[in-house]
Design a protein around this ligand. Sequence first.
Ligand SMILES: Nc1ncnc2c1ncn2[C@@H]1O[C@H](COP(=O)(O)OP(=O)(O)OP(=O)(O)O)[C@@H](O)[C@H]1O
Ligand SMILES: [Mg+2]
Length: 249
Amino acid sequence: MLIINHISKIYNAGSDDEVRALQDVSVEVKKGEFLVVVGTNGSGKSTLLNLILGTILPTTGSVSIDGKTISHLPEYRRSPWVSMVFQNPANGTAPDLSIVENFRLAALRTGKKGLGIGNNKKFRQLVKEKVAALGMGLENKIDQSIGSLSGGQRQALTLLMGVMDKTSLLLMDEPTAALDPKSAKVVMELAEQINKEMGITIILITHSMKDALQYGDRLIMFDAGKIAKDLNKDAKQSLTITELLEWFA
Ligand SMILES: Nc1ncnc2c1ncn2[C@@H]1O[C@H](COP(=O)(O)OP(=O)(O)OP(=O)(O)O)[C@@H](O)[C@H]1O
Ligand SMILES: [Mg+2]
């Protein structure tokens, strides 16, 4: 379980360009939940995800996962619990390295040795199997550099790498914003599968109202640094796109 406890984030505090990006936000996300986050531009969504990931620190408040407070830890020390997929497919992978080398890096990330990464043949086989399951034909290209793949292919691989090793929480910040509809669908369906089959908690930020309705089992809306709406599964299921659009009116 993830607990966001009275988090505030002020950028450039005390200066003329001070921004109160988050104002006393508290939220609990249950283990295995698929939480979708929507909200206007600049409402604080990415700030929240980056506070959980550890690329920024809160001004006040704390973040804990599975009973452990992590908000004071640097990003690399949170990696056993948290993975992130960004909007830009170029983020999160090493473009000059091959698919299999990128997977090796991902497997080494948390320092666990349970994946047979010492045995090259076994590891290659594992990567091939995982990649084949995407149905993108990438299993025959595992020695090709990641940088030579399309954005959709890279996002799908980033997602797979994010859950390669033990992780509790997968953060996705507009992961399909740069993708064509078909690639976007592959990525969203993979996220759903990761959530359902592996029980990994997901927080997804999206500006796609269609995705916000279709995926996930809880919907939160941010407005001006605060949570303006929080709908559970039942309320989300009966929400219409017209109602959702009215939130932004
Ligand atoms: N590093 C930073 N320094 C100063 N201000 C920042 C920084 N990062 C974000 N902000 C400001 O904080 C506010 C919240 O930004 P944030 O990126 O969290 O919004 P968002 O909800 O993700 O928006 P979008 O939908 O456009 O991605 C905005 O006013 C933004 O300009
Ligand atoms: Mg954002």
